[in-house]
Design a protein around this ligand. Structure first.
Ligand SMILES: *Cc1c(COP(=O)(O)O)cnc(C)c1O
Length: 474
């Protein structure tokens, strides 16, 4: 388009003030608030201007602008943090918030957050007290650790330990354990960020005790073992056990630290092929310091738990970074309720949602599968082929790598239209449903679904259908 025509088209766009005064925009403002509507409107208009200039878009009407505005607002709504239904079968889904908390934790968070509390007040003495002392004491009792410190997440825990005890020195790590967790957590980067130098020992598949030995020098700060949280190395392999490393560390007067990633207070060894050991095991085999996440297999809130020798933890607690990395009261509340479940008399496998999903019995799973299947057949059986399937569920979130659990699913193949359109429509429903695609259909894993989730799924599939989202109907 020539310059004059472009100018002409740009001039046709109504003023923002004028648009904000229109009846339809006013209605939107009532629903969404003026701030959001104005921002969305400005975004929509600059996009339209771009399209006029670059793609020759013409004849932009007020009506078109308002339609784009409505769509923009719906997109903004999808950016809000909200509950979603997880039909992926991945129990600890990092994108979906990892561990759903037990009810007692949710209740305590609400209570503590909505009122004053004794976060840093000692009710026995009536004076200033320490936050999280109770939680840390329970962790000590449950694990046999000399002392405990809780920080914001495991990445923070690792960073703090390395910085406090190895700054300016070398950290020895096996080449096979230079983990990337996803996002931006890479062990080599964290080591550098802590002011330490990474010294890789051994090879990717084999690391021997002598590899550590021959790299130890005056400049060595810490021997670090990292749990290979999201992969397994199979075949011609060799790793050095914590026991062996501990003997070496003692002999050389060095610190031994283990980043457990997904530390667990529950014994997962009953699951076949697992490389997950408990926090207790790690301490028993001689680690001076261990760190793990609160929201992986432990099943709690985002937090990093550090356990280890008393004199070391006390150095950490007085480190300047401790304040930077400390947890919020809501985290401490949630963690307290979770640790109390592990310390209590109840059935941990039932009370902790993460464990109950992983260890769900077949009868329960079949019941859910049946409920979903029956509901769907009744309501939308005419537009889908609906069948039972066996899928593979995973613990996920950097835990139990390589372990899949056979898991009942319901497969929904649309008679017309594409599974992808249904997947998108369900993702954009009021309570978004996240479901993977398999064999050209939607594969609902019931392991990660509650009974209420199943009702919701049925309801929302009916909604999508009645909204006649063109594509979906095919
Ligand atoms: C998950 C993981 C981390 C990071 O833990 P966050 O709690 O997510 O910060 C660090 N190290 C290992 C080995 C992990 O598996």
């Amino acid at each position: 388009m020539e310059d004059n025509r472009i100018k002409e088209e740009l001039r046709k766009i109504p003023q923002v003030d004028h648009l904000m005064e229109s009846e339809r925009t006013k209605a939107l403002t009532l629903e969404w608030g003026r701030v959001l509507v104005l921002k969305a409107l400005k975004d929509v208009i600059s996009l339209i201007k771009e399209e006029i200039i670059e793609k020759g878009l013409s004849d932009v009407t007020e009506d078109k602008i308002i339609l784009s505005l409505e769509k923009k607002l719906r997109d903004i709504d999808l950016m809000k943090l909200k509950k979603v239904v997880n039909a992926t079968g991945i129990v600890l889904h990092t994108n979906l918030g990892r561990a759903p908390l037990p009810k007692s934790a949710v209740d305590l968070v609400a209570e503590v957050a909505g009122s004053y509390n004794n976060l840093e007040y000692d009710l026995i003495k009536g004076e200033r007290g320490k936050r999280q002392l109770y939680v840390e004491n329970l962790f000590k009792e449950l694990t046999g650790a000399e002392d405990c410190m809780v920080v914001n997440n495991n990445a923070a825990a690792v960073l703090l330990c390395l910085q406090a005890f190895s700054k300016g020195k070398e950290v020895l790590v096996s080449r096979g354990e230079l983990v990337e967790i996803g996002g931006s957590f890479r062990i080599p980067d964290v080591i550098r960020q802590s002011g330490c130098e990474l010294l890789e020992v051994g090879t990717t598949n084999k690391t021997k005790l002598t590899d550590y030995k021959k790299n130890i020098s005056q400049n060595t700060g810490i021997l670090l073992k990292v749990h290979t949280s999201n992969y397994t190395i199979k075949g011609f392999t060799e790793t050095v056990s914590m026991g062996e490393l501990s003997r070496l560390a003692k002999e050389k007067n060095l610190l031994l630290m283990e980043d457990l990633g997904s530390g667990s207070l529950y014994d997962f060894s009953q699951i076949k092929d697992t490389n997950e050991h408990t926090v207790k095991d790690s301490l028993k085999s001689g680690a001076d310091l261990i760190t793990f996440s609160g929201d992986k297999l432990l099943g709690g809130p985002q937090a990093g738990v550090i356990l280890g020798k008393k004199e070391l933890i006390s150095v950490l607690k007085s480190h300047p970074l401790a304040r930077v990395l400390r947890c919020d009261k809501m985290t401490i509340a949630a963690l307290q309720a979770v640790v109390e479940i592990y310390a209590g008399n109840g059935d941990i496998k039932k009370e902790m949602p993460v464990l109950s999903m992983i260890f769900q019995d077949e009868e329960e799973l079949s019941k859910k599968q049946e409920k979903l299947m029956t509901g769907l057949l009744e309501d939308v059986g005419d537009i889908f082929q609906i069948s039972h399937r066996m899928g593979k569920a995973e613990a996920g979130g950097g835990s139990l790598p390589g372990v899949t659990i056979d898991s009942p699913c319901v497969l929904l193949v649309p008679n017309r239209g594409k599974a992808h359109s249904w997947q998108e429509a369900l993702r954009k429903e009021k309570v978004p449903v996240i479901v993977p695609i398999n064999e050209d259909g939607l594969m609902f894993h019931v392991r990660t679904l509650s009974y209420e989730d199943i009702d919701l799924i049925i309801e929302e599939i009916k909604n999508v259908r009645s909204e006649e989202k063109g594509e979906v109907k095919g």
